[in-house]
Write a protein that binds this ligand. Structure first.
Ligand code: ATP
Ligand code: MG
Length: 871
C-alpha cells in the first residue's frame, strides 16, 4: 500500500496497515450496481490509525460544508435519522494498493448518502442502500458512493457537524496539543523566539542561571506576574533548557493599571508568546474606545523589551507601532506619561526624523510611524528586524488587498497586534482579513471560510431563512466566536464607567425650518427621485439624491452652493444631478447667497446656536466639541462661531498631521482660550482624547454607527472631570431619522461575531428602503418614536421614573413588548426603548441646556450613564 495523500493520512500514519477481508462481508457496503467494481481490500483500523486520524484533524483547518447537507438529506427522507462520518476517499478501482485522495464527510439518511469534501462541496451522492447497512455503518467499513470508495474513519456528532467543528483543525487553549495548522499565505517569518541577545557560552549560561532572577519582585503586593508557559511551550521554545524566571510587569507602570488593563496585558502576553494558540503569535485587542489600549500595549512592550521567561532573555529587541498620523505624537506622549522619559526612548518617524536615524541609533528600541509614512519608507523598514508589530486603529486592515495591508504583511514579524475600538464590524470577509493578518492561515483559505462560516451565518440572518438554517448559522457563529475568542479580546465601556463622571446622551429631533421643508418637498417630487423609486438606479442617481437631502438637512445654503456650482460648470454632464436641482433655485429668496446664510433657515443650526449660548452662559468654564462629517458644514459652524464671538480651534483632513497633537494638547490645556473644537469625524474621529471638552455635538449622522460612536467617545474617557453631555442632532421626519433608525437596527444586528452594517453610502438599497428614505414625515414629531409603538404619544413625561408616569413609560420598555411579535417592526430598537423620552413641548425639562432649546425641538430621547447606574 502506498502512503495516502489524504490530509488525515499525511501526519505520521505510516503505521496504518491494510488487511484483506473478503468482499461481501457485512463490513463493506456498496450499491448493487457498483458491487463488481468494488475493490476487494478492506482496511484494518488500528488504534494507532485512529490516533493518527485525530492528530491529522489538527492539520486541516476549517473545512467547510455548505451547511445544507442535513436539510438536503432530510428532504429526501424526512423521518430517518441523519448520521455523520469522517471518511477518506479515493476513486473506485481494483488496484490492490490504494491511494486515498482526500478526507471527506459522509452524511447518511435512510437509504441515501451524500459525500462532501472538506471544502463542503458535494463530491458524491447515492441512494438505494440497505437501511440496515447504513444504520450499522461504523469505523473501518468501506462504502461505494458515486464511483468513489470511502472508508469510515470515525463518527461525527450532529453538533460537531452543525458547528462546523468537524471540518477544522483543533485550535487549543493553553494546554492544547501543538497544532500544525494549514499555512495558507504564510510568509516566511523570522523565528519568534530567536534570541535577541548575543549567543552565550556554556559557562556564561551557567552564570546566567545563577544570576537569573525576576527583574521585579513577583511576591510584592499587587505584583502583576505573567503566567508561566506550560510544558509543551517549554519543549518547543526552550530547547537550551534555560532556567525559567517570572516575568513581572514593572510596578512603576503596573501600579497605575486598572483591573481590566491588567487582564488585557496578561492576555496580550499569552498571545504574543504563543501560549494561547499553539504556533500563533497574533492578537486583536478590540476594547471599546477609551479603555486604555495604548497603555496596555506600552506595558507589554516595556515588559518584553526587558524581560523573558527563558533565561531572562528579553523577548523583544525592537517593536514597531503603526498608527494614524494624528496619533503618532500621542503615542510618544503616552510612553512618557506612563514610563517617564528616562526608562525608554521611543523614536517617531516624521519629515525630520527618518527611518535611517532609527537604524543607526542604539538608544531606540521602539519606532512609531504613521501608516502613510510606513508606505513611503517600506524598503528601509523591511530591512529592520522587528519582533513585535502593533497596528493602532487596525480596522483599516480589513481589506487584505489594500496597499497598507500588503505592506504590513510583508514585514517578517510574526507577533502582530491589532488595536481597534470599533466593533469588528462590516462583513464577515473583513473580519476574516483582520484575523488573517494577525494569525495568517488560521481560518483556512478564504473560500473555505466562506462556505463554512460566512454563507451559513449570513443566510441565517435573512428573513426567509428556515429554522434549520437559523440554527446552523447560530452554531457556526458561536463556533467562530469561540475560535477567534482565543486571540480577540473586547471589553465594553461599562467596565470603566465607575471611574468616569456621568454621561448624558441626548438625541434631539430638530424641527426643520420653513425653507428646508419647501426645498425638501420640491426635491422629493423631482423626476430623478421618482425614477429612482421606479428602480432606475444605473449610475447610482439615488446616492446623489441622498447627498442632496443630507446637505439640505445641515443647511439649505449647502444645497444652494451645489446648485450654483452645477449650473456654472460648463462640462457638467451628470444629467441626474442637474435635473435633480431643476427649479430648486426658485424656492430660495431672490437675494439668497450662500455666504450670508441665516441660522433660522436650518432647524439644527437654530438648536445649535441656542445650545452653545446656554453652555457658554451656564457653564462658562466648560467647552464643546462640534463634530461633522463634512468640511463644508464645518465651515458653516466655524462661521457661526465667528458671528457669536466664540473662540474656536479646528481639526479636519487639511490639518497637517504634524500639527494635530499640538492642537489637541492646546485645547485640552486648562489655559486654552478656545470654547469650541471643530472636528471632522472622518479626519480625526479615531483615537483622539478631547477631554478638555465636556459637551459634544454631533451635527450630522453617518451611515456607519461606528463613525458616530468613535466621535462621541472622544470626550467621555479617562481624564474627564465633568459630567459629559452628548447631543446628537437629527432633523425631524427627514432622511436623518431614517439613517439613525438604520444605524440602530444594524447595531442590534451585530450578532455574536460582527456588526454587519455597511461603511459607506454604497449600500445596496431595496426600492422599499429607498421609498422610505425619500419620504418626508411632516406631521410626526418623531418618526423614530412612532416606530416604537409606544402609547405615550410623546405627550407624557417619561423623565421622572418616580412619578406615576412611570407606568406609561414602562409601556415602551422591552419587557412589556415581549408578548408582541417583533416581526412586524421594521426596527429592533431595544436599547432606545429603554431611554427616557419626551416631546419638546414639555412644560419643564430638568436639563437646563435642553430647556433653552425646546422651542425648536420636537422630541428628545435621553439616557444617563452614571457610575452607579447601569447603562
Ligand atoms: N489606568 C489609567 N489611569 C488613568 N488614565 C488612563 C488609564 N488608562 C488609560 N488612561 C488614559 O485614558 C485615555 C484613553 O486611553 P487610550 O487613548 O489608550 O484609549 P483607547 O483604548 O486607545 O481608545 P480609542 O479606541 O479611542 O483610541 C488616555 O488619556 C490615557 O492616558
Ligand atoms: Mg487608541
Amino acid at each position: 500500500m502506498r502512503r495516502s495523500a489524504a490530509p488525515s493520512q499525511v501526519l505520521g500514519n505510516v503505521s496504518k496497515k491494510p488487511r484483506f477481508i473478503p468482499p461481501g462481508k457485512n463490513n463493506t457496503l456498496c450499491l448493487k450496481s457498483e458491487t463488481k467494481e468494488m475493490d476487494q481490500e478492506i482496511w484494518i483500523i488500528s488504534l494507532n490509525y485512529i490516533l493518527c486520524y485525530f492528530i491529522s484533524l489538527l492539520d486541516a483547518l476549517y473545512v467547510p460544508t455548505s451547511g445544507t447537507a442535513k436539510e438536503e438529506a432530510a428532504q429526501e427522507e424526512p423521518d430517518c435519522l441523519v448520521k455523520y462520518f469522517s471518511v477518506v476517499w479515493c476513486k473506485a478501482s481494483k488496484k490492490k494498493h490504494k491511494k486515498w485522495e482526500g478526507d471527506a464527510v459522509l452524511i447518511t439518511k435512510g437509504k441515501s448518502v451524500i459525500l462532501k469534501d472538506m471544502e463542503g462541496k458535494d463530491i458524491g451522492r447515492g441512494t438505494g442502500y440497505k437501511l440496515k447497512d447504513l444504520d450499522s455503518l461504523d469505523e473501518g467499513q468501506t462504502l461505494m458512493v458515486g464511483g468513489k470508495e470511502i472508508e469510515v474513519m470515525g463518527v461525527i456528532s450532529a453538533d460537531d457537524f452543525s458547528s462546523g467543528r468537524c471540518f477544522q483543525a483543533g485550535i487549543g487553549t493553553h494546554d492544547a496539543v501543538p497544532t500544525a495548522l494549514s499555512q495558507t499565505n504564510m510568509k516566511p517569518f523570522c523565528k519568534p523566539f530567536k534570541s535577541v541577545c548575543q549567543p552565550k557560552t556554556k559557562e556564561n549560561m551557567l552564570k546566567d542561571s545563577q544570576s537569573c532572577k525576576p527583574r521585579h519582585d513577583p511576591n510584592a503586593p499587587n505584583a502583576l506576574v505573567m503566567p508561566r508557559p506550560n510544558a509543551s511551550h517549554q519543549w518547543t521554545f526552550n530547547n537550551a533548557g534555560l532556567p525559567m524566571v517570572d516575568v513581572v510587569v514593572d510596578p512603576y507602570v503596573a501600579n497605575n493599571l486598572r483591573p481590566h488593563q491588567k487582564e488585557g496585558i496578561t492576555f496580550l502576553y499569552e498571545c504574543v508568546m504563543g501560549m494561547r494558540v499553539s504556533g500563533r503569535f497574533g492578537a486583536i485587542l478590540a476594547d471599546e474606545m477609551g479603555l486604555g489600549k495604548t497603555l496596555q500595549c506600552i506595558a507589554l512592550v516595556w515588559t518584553l523589551l526587558r524581560q523573558g521567561v527563558y533565561g531572562c532573555k528579553p523577548v523583544l529587541k525592537r517593536a514597531l507601532i503603526v498608527t494614524p498620523g494624528s496619533l503618532v505624537k500621542n503615542w510618544k506622549k503616552e510612553f512618557q506619561k506612563w514610563l517617564g522619559s528616562e526608562r525608554i526612548k521611543v523614536f517617531t518617524v516624521d519629515q525630520d526624523h527618518k527611518v535611517e536615524e532609527f537604524i543607526a541609533s542604539p538608544l531606540h528600541s521602539v519606532m512609531i510611524i504613521s501608516y502613510e509614512m510606513l508606505l513611503r519608507s517600506l524598503d528601509q523598514i523591511q530591512a529592520i528586524e522587528f519582533n513585535l508589530l502593533i497596528c493602532d486603529e487596525g480596522h483599516r486592515l480589513k481589506n487584505s488587498s489594500i496597499k497598507t495591508t500588503t505592506a504590513l504583511t510583508s514585514l517578517s514579524c510574526e507577533r502582530r497586534i491589532i488595536l481597534t475600538g470599533t466593533p469588528i464590524q462590516n462583513d464577515l470577509q473583513e473580519f476574516y482579513a483582520l484575523i488573517e493578518f494577525v494569525n495568517p492561515g488560521i481560518l483556512g483559505s478564504l473560500s473555505t471560510y466562506r462556505k463554512i462560516y460566512e454563507e451559513p451565518i449570513v443566510r441565517s440572518r435573512e428573513p426567509s431563512a428556515t429554522k434549520e438554517e437559523k440554527e446552523l448559522g447560530e452554531k457556526r457563529a458561536a463556533e467562530l466566536t469561540r475560535l477567534t475568542g482565543l486571540f480577540i479580546l473586547r471589553r465594553t465601556q461599562e467596565i470603566i464607567n465607575k471611574f468616569l463622571p456621568p454621561k448624558k446622551e441626548n438625541i434631539i429631533f430638530c424641527r426643520p425650518a420653513a425653507l428646508q421643508l419647501e426645498l425638501y418637498r420640491k426635491l422629493l417630487s423631482s423626476r430623478v427621485i421618482r425614477s429612482c423609486l421606479q428602480g432606475r438606479l444605473e449610475n447610482s442617481p439615488h446616492l446623489i439624491c441622498i447627498g442632496a437631502l443630507k446637505k439640505l438637512c445641515n443647511h439649505p445654503c449647502l444645497l444652494f452652493k451645489a446648485i450654483k456650482e452645477k449650473s456654472c460648470d460648463p462640462v457638467a454632464d451628470e444629467h441626474d444631478e442637474s435635473s435633480l436641482y431643476e427649479g430648486l433655485i426658485d424656492v430660495f429668496p431672490q437675494d439668497y447667497t450662500s455666504d450670508t446664510f441665516s441660522e433660522t433657515d436650518s432647524g439644527k443650526l437654530q438648536v445649535l446656536v441656542k445650545l452653545l449660548a446656554a453652555i457658554h452662559e451656564l457653564n462658562s468654564s466648560e467647552r464643546v466639541v462640534l463634530v461633522s462629517n463634512y468640511t463644508q458644514t464645518l465651515n458653516i459652524l466655524q462661521e457661526t462661531c465667528k458671528r457669536y464671538g466664540y473662540s474656536y480651534t479646528r481639526l479636519d483632513g487639511h490639518t497637517p498631521v504634524s500639527q494635530r497633537q499640538q492642537i489637541v494638547d492646546a485645547f485640552n490645556s486648562k489655559f486654552s482660550p478656545a470654547f469650541i473644537f471643530l472636528l471632522s469625524s472622518k479626519a480625526g474621529g479615531v483615537g483622539l482624547n478631547l477631554v478638555g471638552a465636556s459637551h459634544l455635538v454631533l451635527y450630522d449622522i453617518d451611515w456607519n454607527p461606528a463613525t458616530d460612536i468613535q466621535a462621541m467617545a472622544r470626550v467621555w474617557r479617562d481624564g474627564q472631570k465633568h459630567t459629559v453631555h452628548i447631543y446628537r442632532l437629527l432633523t425631524t421626519g427627514s432622511i436623518e431619522e431614517k439613517i439613525y433608525q438604520r444605524q440602530i437596527s444594524k447595531q442590534d444586528l451585530s450578532g455574536a461575531v460582527v456588526d454587519l452594517s455597511k461603511t459607506s453610502e454604497h449600500i445596496h438599497f431595496s426600492i422599499e428602503e429607498l421609498r422610505n428614505l425619500f419620504t418626508l414625515h411632516e406631521n410626526s414629531s418623531c418618526v423614530t418614536h412612532d416606530l416604537l409603538e409606544c402609547d405615550c404619544m410623546g405627550k407624557k413625561d417619561h423623565q421622572n421614573p418616580s412619578s406615576e408616569n412611570l407606568s406609561v413609560s414602562r409601556s415602551c420598555q422591552l419587557g412589556q413588548n415581549h408578548g408582541k411579535s417583533n416581526s412586524k417592526k421594521p426596527l429592533s430598537m431595544s436599547q432606545l426603548m429603554q431611554w427616557k423620552h419626551f416631546s419638546g413641548q414639555h412644560q419643564t425639562l430638568a436639563d437646563p441646556f435642553l430647556e433653552r432649546i425646546k422651542e425648536n425641538v420636537s422630541f428628545i430621547f435621553q439616557n444617563v450613564t452614571s457610575p452607579t447606574s447601569p447603562t
